[in-house]
Design a protein around this ligand. Sequence first.
Ligand code: FE2
Ligand code: FE2
Length: 192
Amino acid sequence: MTYSDYEQAVRNKLKDKRFIHSVNVANQAEELAKRFGADPNKAKIAGILHDITKQDNSFEQLQTIINGGIILTNVEKCSPNLYHAISGSVYIRQNLGVNDEDIIHAVRYHTTGRAGMSLLEKIIYLADLTSADRDYPDVDRMRRIVRQDLDEGMRESLRFIIPDLIERKLLLHPDTIEAYNEYFLPLLAAEN
Ligand SMILES: [Fe+2]
Ligand SMILES: [Fe+2]
């Protein structure tokens, strides 16, 4: 399947607003891939697919996750905002025939991040936060940082997201904490 086949598959599953967001993430991911030496076509495909199951209801998503042989942790069960990343990674493998593990992981970890993220995983995570449709107060600063340094972009986003989750009384996924520690450890190690 080509990029436009994947785009059509996403078009069939998402309402206009989310579809436009997905196209914007695909474009931003392609640009970041060109800048940082990743495969632009893979980045564009992972970008268009990242939210493909976002509008499936929780029951459908849990069914997809079970069909994929994934057993959720208690933290994941109690974090419906994470379902679509996990169900999306199963859906693209089972329904669209995606077998590129890097694309599958980029979809799976686009909400939590994790330690040891590949270049493509970082690109999708950060493209999602800096796509053209994003309009939170700090977005232009984030876009500048991400264009310069993906790891610095990861640090900035994790530094913002963890307190935000706490403020909203949501759970912290261990992958997010491990990502945070991994990205901040070199800075502290340099000081000590
Ligand atoms: Fe998402
Ligand atoms: Fe998204």
